[in-house]
Ligand binder design. Structure first.
Ligand code: TYC
Length: 120
């Protein structure tokens, strides 16, 4: 997918005419196109279980996903009622880091809370 102009202005390097023959005679002018790709995005989800305290889940959403109390409570209740819910959408490495942080934190507190990522 390409969008006209969207990424070209601030691409990795300027795309402009280049003279790649500085000798005498005919110069060859080439144009390079900056090849920019949007990164794939990943949804980070938490899953419901019967044992993790609601307050702990709210704390996780505040601490690791920068939600305020109201948003964290809404997401927690959605997960409680529907089985799973979205905490945020990130690039691969950020999503992977969130999952690891949440799983480590839940394990440390001996709660069975599960956190997963899926490609959007
Ligand atoms: N179902 C849990 C309870 O009743 C609360 C809970 C909500 C657990 C969300 C996990 O991802 C979760 N204590």
């Amino acid at each position: 997918m390409r969008r006209a102009g969207a990424a070209s202005a601030a691409g990795p390097r300027a795309a402009g005419p280049r003279r790649d023959d500085d000798g005498p005679g005919a110069a060859v002018v080439t144009k390079t196109r900056p090849k920019v790709k949007r990164p794939s995005l990943y949804r980070v989800l938490i899953l419901n279980d019967d044992y993790t305290p609601m307050e702990f889940v709210v704390h996780v959403l505040e601490q690791f996903f920068s939600k305020d109390r109201e948003a964290a409570t809404r997401i927690m209740l959605h997960v409680h009622n529907h089985g799973a819910g979205e905490c945020g959408v990130y690039t691969y490495e950020v999503a992977e880091t969130k999952v690891t942080q949440v799983m480590d934190f839940a394990r440390k507190h001996q709660h069975p809370l599960q956190c997963v990522m899926e490609k959007k």
